[in-house]
Design a protein around this ligand. Sequence first.
Ligand code: FES
Length: 576
Amino acid sequence: MADVKRGLRRNLTAYGDEEFSLFLRRAFIKAMGYTDEALERPIIGVTNTYSGFNACHRTVPELIEAVKRGVMLAGGLPVEFPTITLHESFAYPTSMYLRNLMAVDAEEMIRAQPVDSVVLIGGCDKTVPALLMGAASANVPAILMVTGPMLTGNHKGERLGACTDCRRFWARFRAKDIDEAEINEVNAKLAPTAGTCMVMGTASTMALCAEALGMMLPGSAAIPAVFAERVRNAEATGARAVALAKERLAPDRIMTPDAFENALRVLLAIGGSTNAIVHFAAIAGRLGFGLDLDAFDRMGRETPVLVDLKPTGQHYMEHLYEAGGLATLLRELKPMLHGNALTVNGKTLFENLDAARIPEKQDVVRSRDNPIFAAGGMAVLRGNLAPDGAIIKQAAATARLMTHTGRAVVFESLEDLANRIDDPALDVTAEDIIVLQSAGPKGAPGMPEAGYIPIPRKLAEQGVKDMVRISDARMSGTAFGSIVLHVTPESAVGGPLALVKNGDTIRLDVPQRRLELLVDDAELAARRKRWQPRAPRREDDRGYRKLFLDTVQQADRGCDFDFLAPEVTMRIPRTS
Ligand code: FES
């Protein structure tokens, strides 16, 4: 780091007279009640991501108190400051639209304020990637902690969890399998405690991968939100933040290519959320590392899915915690990991692993010779329909549909989908392939989690549970289905997805990693000539929306703004 100033002398406000800037700063911070003695300590920033709209962050005030206690015990001065927070269900049009705004906020506030290190408190899906993106760019010593997963609920003797079971019960309600009274009863039980979704959705995925990345204290990803241990973890995180400040251990020494490869390996082995691919492309991109989707696919072909959590398996995060958390998985993956990668506690990944508890008995993390899914749980598809790639999570799909040719039933937008998907006159069969256009980064905008296209009601009522569905959207990590996502380039910028018409034939061949629109080249060229981007809307021309539409990149570049990432200096993962 170029700036070697510490404490209040860091990042002085520009008055043209540094001593005057410090004099003024001292005057105003004393108005907060601090003594000179307190102000001599390392200053540890603590991000406050609490919001009345974010139940996943409901415990943040308590965690902040514990972090501050840890900072004080270790001789630092904690100072909390607010950042944007994002909850999946309270961000219109989608939280992904605002992730980069939160990342910019985090980066600039870390950089603008006199913090010697910072504790990043995240949890809900977009908050962890946004904080890591911001911290990577600010490159001030930083340590992440998560709010932790919720505990499960119970309905008629069956465990329930957000949000795999949200979707499962909603699908049953749509199919008239359960009535309104029961769906309302279930609604009150799906999120029974504070914390993040307790299945292997994006929040759990990002927490586990961030621990594997080395940015969290070892053992902290899976601790349930409402356990006392979560609060003790916060205290330990605060204490470690003081040491980080003294050691000046900045994110660029932790988030190395080795560390990203460890995180991507874990992403594959946990059967994690496909969203994490986009987020890791963005986080790595901030440090000049470009995500090589084909190399990621090759990594996937040699990585078994070992964690038996919903939606791929049967358990929930509280069970993974009881099973020893991430360490139990890392032990299984040991030959595939970079053990010397430095982590935020100053030790290497394998030093931490050696110190981790070994559960006496557990059935959540499988051995490599008895996987949940042998290899390729996530696959990268290419073909004339997705020249820059598309993703399918075949570990959470119907095996029979992984090689499938069908007739396209096309919806031109989310509005079109909402208007017609349940129309009894819709010309659709279970063997067709549903195509959704204009749901990508620029198209929606914000690449919402609309890729989990509902089964048309008339088919759902006949008992159809899965069909091939294709879009340029994302999908919640909590969802299950034969769903092709992140088709790149997206339809709104004229990607081939925009050229698909009702009745076209599409071929999906996951074993061969192909996604093909079986329409001859001359016809496609004619369609391309006629293609017009959608007319701009009035609101497209101002504010954050204009910035977003002008600069957001495609999914393979993490949907980051084009001006936020430096030039790519290395492609990861570096597989052969
Ligand atoms: Fe916050 Fe699922 S809605 S983690």
